[in-house]
Design a protein around this ligand. Structure first.
Ligand SMILES: CC(C)(COP(=O)(O)OP(=O)(O)OC[C@H]1O[C@@H](n2cnc3c(N)ncnc32)[C@H](O)[C@@H]1OP(=O)(O)O)[C@@H](O)C(=O)NCCC(=O)NCCS
Length: 146
């Protein structure tokens, strides 16, 4: 199991985008190429690899607010769930954010993923709200610096 940072529009990034469309968007009947879903050059794109195949992705928006990174678009391939790739992606993102001066991470969790983020140490900090037609919560975590 490896987690790497990949460049925007590199082979690995394109494979990760396909996986993400499959896992996060297709089940909701959403198009894969929604501009709001597109990644920015300034985002940090993490991919999880199993024998060089992309099996997971997560994106960090650095300094979404001063000192706060935003975790978005977390997804792992169905066939590897429960093997630790989700935790590995979250941990790599936090380590990178801490090294780059961020002191906390926030995210919008789909209601059915809350238990997963709790395992990573996130806590709910909002009331329920709707995003892409699904109940979501803001979750936050302080990360250790230095
Ligand atoms: C949520 C998701 C990224 C977790 O990935 P994963 O590869 O299964 O994660 P891990 O194998 O590292 O699991 C870590 C732990 O979290 C648990 N877990 C995973 N998904 C969970 C969930 N939805 N609710 C509660 N616990 C969950 C696992 O059972 C495991 O527990 P353990 O350590 O006691 O064995 C993956 O299930 C996924 O892509 N889901 C569909 C997309 C999605 O919901 N993304 C989040 C959008 S906000």
């Amino acid at each position: 199991m490896k987690v790497k940072i990949c460049k925007l529009l590199s082979d690995k990034h394109l494979q990760a985008r396909e996986l993400r469309a499959e896992v996060l968007r297709k089940p909701l009947g959403l198009p894969a190429d929604d501009p709001a879903f597109n990644d920015k050059e300034s985002d940090v794109h993490f991919v999880a690899l199993k024998k060089d195949s992309v099996v997971g992705i997560v994106v960090l928006v650095p300094d979404y607010k001063p000192g706060v990174g935003k975790l978005r678009q977390m997804a792992t391939a169905e066939e590897v769930r429960g093997e630790g790739y989700g935790i590995a992606l979250g941990s790599a993102l936090e380590e990178y954010a801490a090294k780059n001066g961020m002191t906390s991470i926030l995210l919008h969790s789909r209601h059915y993923a809350v238990g997963f983020y709790e395992k990573l140490g996130y806590k709910i900090t909002s009331d329920v709200f709707q995003e892409v037609g699904i109940d979501h919560f803001v979750m936050e975590k302080d990360i250790i610096t230095g």
